[in-house]
Ligand binder design. Structure first.
Ligand SMILES: Nc1nc2c(c(=O)[nH]1)N[C@H]1C(S)=C(S)[C@@H](COP(=O)(O)OP(=O)(O)OC[C@H]3O[C@@H](n4cnc5c(=O)[nH]c(N)nc54)[C@H](O)[C@@H]3O)O[C@H]1N2
Ligand SMILES: Nc1nc2c(c(=O)[nH]1)N[C@H]1C(S)=C(S)[C@@H](COP(=O)(O)OP(=O)(O)OC[C@H]3O[C@@H](n4cnc5c(=O)[nH]c(N)nc54)[C@H](O)[C@@H]3O)O[C@H]1N2
Ligand code: SF4
Ligand SMILES: [Mo]
Length: 732
């Protein structure tokens, strides 16, 4: 396809009567390139084909991506607003009636105004998500602060990218998820990957990872489970969940001991080396082995490989980040790049596997409790002034910072927060310690939920608003590299569904705040304002126009103006974003997980994903192929552990923590440590593993410790017949 046709609709010559709309997948941060196939008679999406011309993924897609199009015209789509007429049925699918948009808006506006009059502006809250475009994420932040005038807004990235963000901000003074473009990855000499199940969660990165090994390079993987990448790794560091900080400190210990440090780089471009060198002295392979359970020889071999590699990339994901010391883990692993000087040049650096499609852009433009567009701080008077100017408000009208996602539920329970506008997230499945979260949702006076399907969280709502899918609207998304890309509209919104930005503009009008929103009549108009609002911030998108995105196959931020082509490689000039331009080496003492195993709760529970489902599963559980491949959750148990408890493969067991219990079918596997069990979290109601997880929060990032808590495992008599018979189906 000629480049100038990059995101223009093209005729499908192979299938007359069809057109192809170039866009990207709705799901993960890879944002694989795809063409949506649209029937030109009905103007409906009917299929998909990969886009070979997309440089990041080169025509690769995973099972979720090839079926993503089936969401758009799915029978379960919400077509009209719903109003709850029976509050006693909250927490169930029952008790709703269909309504017109006017009725729904009237009710929302009346309730919101009543609550704010009686209990103050901050009695309302907004909880959002980053499966939305930058334009929607930006507008949601503005809608909370200017439309609703509340301080309480936070989002699901708090459960996802917040530790990476906090760690990178501390180390570099800026938080761009990858310091290099993905197109460099396969050319490096060593990949050190910690806490990422890349093959299942970012599958279209795999061809680059295998290519490193095919070229004679090395792969080191740190994961308690033998995931597909761990299986093929040159060294698998099979650590106990929650012990990464010791492992990372040990790597730095061994890099110093082996003489692999770059003294000149350390002296000229970093601070804190002396303190770090002192701290890591203690982390000998033997001592670290006691904490992590990883054999000392493996630790030594891993450090040697990384140390000797001319170029290397340290990569990580939620395995290390979803801990109550996740941001310390991020800074500690990043120390490896800094002490060896393997950063600030092509093919070397650090990257986190950003989770959601717009996990990067969505965290930069003001959905966080303390952040404003362009990664500005709501506590910085200059930043507030800059953004207030763009928004047309007085700086003193800017609300104060709010609290983090999980903490909002605490405020709901104590009735400080009384109303919730939830969009693009399903916390009744995905938040930790669900018994608490579900009772917080029950305690609300009034709740609005905008979604494409009736989610488990929508079951708690008083009004449900039907939103459009990604394929029925346009805008930009920032992928896991930091590359801003364009999502294109392939069909008109189904039924009466509307894009979230339009709901907010219309609600603002009815709330008497129309003057700040009514000029925003399209995604394009929002993009213009949002680029301006980001101008001069750390995450400067001002120069990333839609035209430039098309011309260059995406634009890497920062991109300051028209002449700026963007920044694929970070720190090429060895200047970091702290005032003295130096990166900070962080000396971070080891701390155990918030909840260690004990006699009563003897095992470690960790949670995560499978390739067939996405997050809370509200989208993927409805796709027939994905459901058939993985119809229910399971618990991975090592045969040795199973033997100890007299448990068999495919038997239903009960898991119990200090917070709750849930039953799962056993998947017996040697690919997990005997002291650890694993459950994927994509399922709702009593199948949610989050009934068990702990909400211990990282003090810096406020990330909950999804990745480790203490658990009991019990044999069950097959009392639950229904579940037993359902469980005949295949597990993965
Ligand atoms: N198929 C699929 N792909 C996805 C998603 C999805 O839901 N499904 N979600 C997207 C999103 S939003 C995200 S955030 C990413 C998540 O991507 P990942 O972080 O790769 O996924 P997880 O399965 O949560 O966890 C990764 C690994 O961490 C390991 N782990 C657990 N505890 C520890 C620990 O203490 N230390 C270390 N080093 N490792 C540990 C687990 O065994 C697991 O293999 O995936 C994205 N892609
Ligand atoms: N135990 C455990 N829990 C976890 C994790 C873990 O590893 N273990 N991981 C955490 C992580 S990394 C994440 S990212 C969170 C994610 O958790 P959630 O935020 O719950 O993620 P989703 O399932 O993507 O929820 C998005 C919802 O919005 C809907 N939706 C999709 N597109 C749109 C749109 O354009 N507009 C609107 N209004 N709605 C839309 C979807 O149907 C879905 O119901 O889960 C976290 N929870
Ligand atoms: S790897 Fe991620 S973006 Fe690519 S097709 Fe799969 S879910 Fe979609
Ligand atoms: Mo995530």
């Amino acid at each position: 396809m000629p480049k100038d046709k990059f995101f223009k609709v093209i005729a499908n010559k192979e299938h007359p009567g069809e057109k192809l709309v170039p866009t990207h997948c709705s799901y993960c941060g890879m944002q694989c390139g795809m063409n949506l196939r649209v029937d030109t008679g009905t103007n409906k999406i009917i299929g998909v084909e990969p886009r070979y011309d997309w440089p990041v993924t080169l025509g690769k897609m995973c099972p979720k991506g090839v079926t993503a199009y089936q969401q758009t015209n799915h029978d379960d789509r919400l077509m009209k607003p719903l109003i709850r007429n029976d509050r006693s049925l909250r927490g169930t699918k029952e008790g709703f009636r269909e309504a017109t948009w006017e009725e729904a808006y009237d009710l929302i506006v009346r309730k919101f105004q009543e609550m704010q009059q009686s209990y103050g502006r901050d009695s309302l809250s907004v909880f959002s998500g980053v499966s939305m475009t930058n334009e929607k994420c930006y507008l949601t932040g503005k809608f909370a602060r200017v439309g609703l005038q509340t301080r309480y807004i936070d989002y699901n990235g708090r459960f996802c990218m917040s530790s990476a963000a906090a760690g990178f901000l501390r180390t570099f003074g800026i938080d761009r998820g990858s310091t290099i473009p993905w197109t460099d990855l396969h050319e490096t000499d060593c990949l050190f990957i910690a806490g990422s199940n890349t093959a299942e969660c970012h599958p279209t990165s795999m061809f680059r990872i295998w290519e490193v090994q095919n070229r004679g390079g090395y792969l080191i993987v740190a994961d308690p489970r033998e995931t597909p990448i761990a299986r093929r790794a040159d060294v698998h560091l099979d650590l106990r969940p929650g012990t990464d900080l010791a492992l990372a400190n040990c790597m730095v210990h061994l890099l110093i001991k082996g003489g692999y440090t770059d003294e000149r780089f350390v002296a000229e471009h970093t601070n804190g080396y002396e303190e770090l060198a002192e701290l890591v002295k203690e982390f000998t392979p033997e001592y670290t082995s006691e904490i992590t359970g990883v054999a000392p020889e493996k630790l030594i071999r891993a450090a040697e490989i990384y140390g000797k590699a001319p170029n290397a990339v340290v990569m990580f994901a939620r395995g290390i980040e979803q801990q109550h010391k996740g941001s310390d883990n991020v800074s500690a692993y990043t120390n490896m790049c800094l002490v060896t000087g393997k950063i600030g040049r092509p093919k070397a650096g650090v990257a986190t596997f950003t989770g959601q499609g717009n996990g990067q852009g969505g965290r930069e433009h003001g959905q966080k409790a303390d952040a404003l567009p362009g990664y500005r701080k709501i506590t910085n008077p200059k930043h507030v002034e800059d953004v207030s100017k763009v928004w047309g408000i007085k700086p003193e009208e800017m609300p104060q910072p709010g609290v983090s996602a999980y903490e909002m539920f605490g405020l709901m329970k104590e009735k400080t927060i009384r109303g919730l506008y939830l969009l693009c997230s399903n916390p009744a499945v995905s938040a930790p310690n669900l018994n608490e979260v579900r009772s917080a949702l029950m305690s609300l006076d009034f709740m609005v939920c905008s979604d494409i399907f009736l989610s488990e969280s929508a079951e708690y709502a008083d009004v449900v608003l039907p939103s459009t899918t990604w394929s029925e609207d346009e805008g930009t998304v920032t992928n896991l590299e930091g590359r801003i890309i364009k999502i294109n509209k392939a069909q008109e919104p189904i039924g009466e569904s509307k894009p979230d930005w339009l709901m907010q503009v219309e609600l603002a009008e009815r709330l008497g705040r129309g003057q700040y929103f009514r000029h925003l009549t399209s995604a394009r108009a929002i993009n213009d304002e949002f680029r301006l609002a980001s101008k001069g911030g750390y995450a400067d998108y001002y120069g990333a126009t839609w035209e430039k995105i098309e011309e260059q196959q995406g634009v890497f931020w920062p991109c300051k103006d028209d002449a700026d082509k963007g920044t694929p490689h970070m720190f090429l000039d060895k200047k970091f974003y702290h005032p003295d331009t130096k990166a900070k080496l962080c000396a971070l003492p080891y701390r155990p997980p918030a909840e260690e195993p004990c006699d009563d709760y003897p095992l470690r529970l960790t949670t995560g994903r499978v390739v067939y489902h996405y997050l809370s599963g509200n989208q993927t559980r409805r796709i027939p192929f994905l459901h058939a491949m993985c119809p229910e959750p399971f618990v991975e148990v090592h045969p040795e552990t199973a033997g100890k408890y007299g448990i068999e493969h495919e038997e239903i067991v009960k898991l119990a923590t200090r917070r709750g219990t849930a039953n799962f079918k056993v998947k017996m596997t040697e690919a997990i440590r005997p002291d650890t069990v694993f459950v994927p979290y994509h399922f709702g109601h009593d199948e949610s593993v989050n009934l068990l997880t702990i909400a211990a929060l990282d003090p810096m990032s406020r990330m909950p410790e999804f990745k480790v808590c203490a658990v009991q495992i019990h044999k069950t008599v097959h009392a639950n017949k229904k579940q037993q018979s359902q469980s005949e189906a295949v597990i993965r």
